[in-house]
Structures are given as C-alpha cells and as structure tokens.
Write a new protein. Sequence first.
Length: 357
Amino acid sequence: MPLGFLPIAIHFLWERTSTKLVVRLMKPETKSAQTSWLPLGVVLLILLFTPLGGLWWLFLAAVIALGWLKFLPLERTLLWGAVVFAGGLFSAGGWNASSLSPVFNPREVEDAQAFDTNGLRRLEVHGFNGFIRLNVSSESKLGVERKGGASLNLERRGDVLLLTAKKPFFAWNSGINLTLSVPANLELSLKTSNGVIDVAGAIKNLEASTSNASINVKDTGNTDLKLETSNNVITLERIAGKVNARTSNGSIRVTNAGDVELKLETSNASVILERVNFANNTKSSLFTSNGNVQLIGLNAPSGFLIRGSTSNSKIDVNLPGFDMKLEDQTFEARRNNGFGMAQLEVKTSNDRVTVRP
C-alpha cells in the first residue's frame, strides 16, 4: 500500500472499531455526525516524530486524489489536507522532537561580519529560539546562524544600536543564534528564548533575559546586572556592583566577586557564594525553596551581619571571629570592623544552610 494512503487506512480502522466516537469515512455527513480527531492526531504525530514526515507531500497528494475521486467528502478533504500540510511544514522546518527547539544547519552559518560601533552607547538585542554570546573586544563583529526563515534587522538610532530577530509567518521551528564582539563599556540589553546568554568583558550595565537556558556572566567590572531566566542556572564570575538575578528550577552561583550588593532568588535549586566581598552600607538577600545554600569565604571591609533561616533542615555555621546566635533553624553572625556594615539575609526551605570562612 502506498505510504500516502496510510492516513486513510488509519481513519478507516479507527471508525470500524469505534463507531460510538466517529462516523464512517465513506458515508455522507449527517447532522449528528462527529468528526474523529484521534486519527488526525495520529497522522500528525507520525509526520512530526517519524522519518515518514519527510514524505508529507505524498500524504497530501493522496488526500487530494481521494477528494478529487469523490472517495472523501469536500469537508474531510480540506480537513485532512490542512492537517497533513501543517505537519509537513513543521517537519520541513527542522522540527526536533527531543528538544522542542529548532535544529541549526551549519550551512546556514554566516561568517562574522564587521559592523559600525563608533559613538555607540547602548546595544539592544532581541532574539528568539537561539543563543546570544557576547564578548568585549577591540574589533566589532557579528556572526549569525539562521533557521526556518528567521532574519535579523539592524537599526541605528543615534547612539543606540538595535539588533532585532524577525520571525517568519510559520515561526514554530525558526530561530537565530548571535555571536557578537563589541567595544568595552556599553550598556547592554539582551533578550532571547530557549538559548544561552553568555557575556564576558567590561561593560557599563547589563539587562539579560532568556528562558529554558543558562545565563553566564564574567569579568564585567563594576556594573549593574539584572538577569532573569527559568529552568536553568545563572553563573557569575569576577563581577562587582549591584546584581539582581532570578531563576527557577536552576541554581545561582557567584564566585570571586568584589564589592557587590546581591539580590538572588530561585526555587528548587541551590544558591552558592564563594569568595564574595560585599560593599559597605549595602543590604543583600538570597532566597530559595527546596534548595541548599552554601556560603564560603564571604567578607565585608567595615563589618558584616549575616542572618539566615531554613525549615525542615539543618543550619551548619562555622565563622571564627564572628559573634554568633545559633538556634535549630535560624542564625545570626555579626562582626564589627568599623562603620558601614554590610548585611546579608538568607532564607531557604526544606534544605540545608552551610556557612564556612
């Protein structure tokens, strides 16, 4: 039997064995007849999740032929044709059933091209279904990977440069990857989805948001960071300044940071601070639920106050030189070195808090 007739065979088999739910395919529709959606769904799954998706055009040709020969009513011909055509579009667009994201073809990668950043103060990047990787360099370059008909628009507005990814009409399997080299001390706004954001080098400030992917920032100098993702981690290395970072189902890790003020929030994951120096006269906080907190090598020049609490777990604090108040599920550690004490509030639930020098 030709593969194109497979959807019709599925429809026939289903209707023969479940007449309570569907109407016979070859009989005229009546007012009480109901369309069977299950066979349509089965065919769509076959097109999306099996190698037969590459032969969607044969399925479509068979449906058209059966309609032309009056074996299918016009209504069902149009319905089946629309389902097969939609499945074919998704399949041809590079559907990846394992990751629900577009598959990038190396042949679609463009060489990095130089672009003008003279007099530039701010860079705004709006992507989708792909990564943004940016590093500070003496040369300004832009590399692009496109998938599924996505395009990129560059627009200069005075001292602001906008890079905007454009979605095609059928955007389900489209996306764009961006690799940038830019001069130092720019204001950055980076937004994408289902793709990593990586930033390395001295910048003025950064707003970054994505989903289902990590955010990694390092060596940025003293700057303000506002970061948000979901279902993945946020990693910060060798940074300074005010940091507001939020995720869910992913850990937050800050290492080798100096003169910071932190507001960190996650859920169902850990928060880890290692070798972090807090700026004087600042109030920092970190919150998680169902995740542990590890604080190792924290310091503040003019005094430090750490308050912490958890529930349904233990607190393990060892801070020589601090005045301690420790109970089962709360603690306070204080050390006065002068004026301008830094404060840190720590809260978690259902997991452990560990503090070490």
